[in-house]
Design a protein around this ligand. Structure first.
Ligand code: S3P
Length: 183
């Protein structure tokens, strides 16, 4: 039987406000990896902010850009990839990410997420009067997909450094070929 290929990258998924960018940056420093943020790549490529992309071209255009980026990241090496909260919920992107990364979901409750993002102005999906209900509903809808990550880590009640250590440990274990366990 042939040896499994080593996992080369680590991708962070999860709802808006779950801490993907903050944790991702710290994790990339911890592992000595490159940090890639799909939202920032899209903004650079489009030359506009995500809210302007939604306004000008619509959400479907944004989702197509996300899928294009997942395709391009297939050749990534030693990268921590922070994804937008809806990226894995479209176009088999989760399956595709899993083919070249260990996928980690950062989890938090709807209440916690609401507390973290309630003042956020830059997320187009949350610029609505019923944002709190929207979060509860969307999180419920997306959870079955998020749960398919290789590892699920709850971020509530844990410092960013503690979360980074948990993920780094899981990643190193997986690279040695041991099965991952959600802590
Ligand atoms: C989205 C999440 C955002 C961004 C876009 C859509 C979503 O990223 O990609 O506003 O559908 O959940 P963050 O999860 O980094 O906020």
């Amino acid at each position: 039987m042939s040896e499994p290929l080593p996992v080369e990258n680590l991708a962070l998924i999860g709802f808006m406000g779950s801490g993907k960018s903050v944790i991702g940056k710290k994790l990339s420093r911890r592992l000595g990896f490159e940090f890639v943020d799909t939202d920032r790549l899209i903004e650079t490529r489009a030359g506009m902010k995500i809210s302007e992309i939604f306004d000008t071209h619509g959400e479907a255009h944004f989702r197509a850009m996300e899928s294009q980026i997942v395709e391009e990241l297939r050749d990534a090496k030693a990268s921590v990839i922070a994804t937008g909260g809806g990226l894995v919920t479209h176009n088999s992107n989760l399956e595709r990410l899993k083919s070249f990364s260990m996928v980690v979901c950062l989890c938090a409750s709807a209440e916690e997420i609401w507390n973290r993002v309630r003042r956020s102005q830059h997320r187009p999906l949350l610029q609505r009067p019923d944002a709190q209900e929207f979060i509860t509903q969307k999180l419920k809808e997306r959870m079955p997909i998020y749960r398919q990550a290789d590892v699920l880590v709850t971020t509530e009640g844990r410092s960013a450094n503690a979360v980074v250590e948990i993920i780094a440990h899981q990643f190193e274990k997986q690279r040695r070929g041991a099965p991952s366990v959600s802590p």
